[in-house]
Design a protein around this ligand. Structure first.
Ligand SMILES: [Mg+2]
Length: 277
């Protein structure tokens, strides 16, 4: 029988980080236990590389992470014995991207979507202080949030029917337009699930004597693809919205507690029952 190696994929906001305070205190002890047990925690988030570098360091993680809703995977060099095919070296990372660069989508917006330009304001034209006002981020966080590499978030200023027209227009041009709370994200077709599948395959190649098992934890709509793709799905209770519905019925649970408390509750249960190592 082959040994089991578990990979934990986790969303950040509302999952590992508290929805209101962005604190992760409740998971610290569990993260240390997982680190000792050699179980990688792989962050899978809509945030940018610049934001992740800071958060990853603060959480004491040395694992791969997935940015901008599955647009790219950053693997610290030496995560594996050899560099995975299809990756490039950027700084201290092997990087696999699933998306055309942001410039492509900016050009598409400026050249092919001019009639809609009075109805939105893009991140690329927002000042840092305006973004702080809109999101509640501090100025350094806003600067990092603006360093997007793959998609352009737009603040919509028009009415709903025009927004529907705009989204249909973008789709006809080959863009993916995802509405996420505050902004419309214009970019490529990629998601957190596709990135999970690709990375789990690399672990399977690199650890041929292990059975690789994946667990995904998330609270939002943009976590659905990741939750559906994992061997086990853990839906984290949110204080601001219902659990999004999943197709899957098997190996799927919902936490009682909210955010990081729910995260720790679910992983502690698995550790206690020795289901993940
Ligand atoms: Mg979330």
């Amino acid at each position: 029988m082959s040994m089991l190696k578990t990979l934990i994929f986790s969303d950040l906001d509302g999952t590992l980080l508290d929805h209101f305070t962005y604190q992760s205190t409740a998971v610290e002890k569990t993260l240390q236990q997982l680190h000792k047990a050699n179980i990688p925690v792989i962050l899978n988030t809509s945030k940018t590389f610049a934001e992740l570098e800071v958060i990853h360091h603060d959480l004491g993680l040395r694992t791969p992470f997935i940015i901008e809703n599955g647009a790219a995977i950053y693997m610290p060099i030496n995560t594996f014995n050899s560099q995975p095919e299809g990756t490039v070296i950027i700084g201290n990372y092997w990087v696999k991207s699933f998306s055309l660069p942001r410039e492509y989508w900016l050009t598409l917006l400026s050249k092919n979507s001019q009639k809609f330009s009075p109805y939105y304001q893009g991140f690329s034209t927002l000042s840092d202080s305006k973004l702080c006002q809109m999101t509640g981020l501090n100025i350094d966080e806003a600067k990092r949030a603006k360093q997007r590499q793959y998609a352009e978030p737009l603040h919509w200023l028009g009415d709903n029917p025009t927004k529907e027209d705009f989204i249909a227009h973008l789709v006809s041009l080959g863009a993916n337009a995802v509405f996420g709370g505050r902004f419309i994200h214009v970019g490529d077709y990629c998601d957190k699930g596709q990135a999970l599948i690709w990375l789990a395959e690399r672990y399977r190649e690199q650890f041929p004597n292990y059975a690789i098992s994946t667990i995904a934890l998330g609270d939002g709509e943009n976590d659905i693809a990741m939750l559906e793709a994992a061997d086990m799905a853990i839906q984290i209770r949110s204080p601001v919205h219902d659990f999004p519905s999943l197709y899957r019925q098997h190996s799927s649970t919902k936490t009682q507690l909210y955010g990081p408390q729910g995260w720790a509750e679910a992983i502690q249960k698995l550790l206690t029952n020795q289901l993940i190592n």
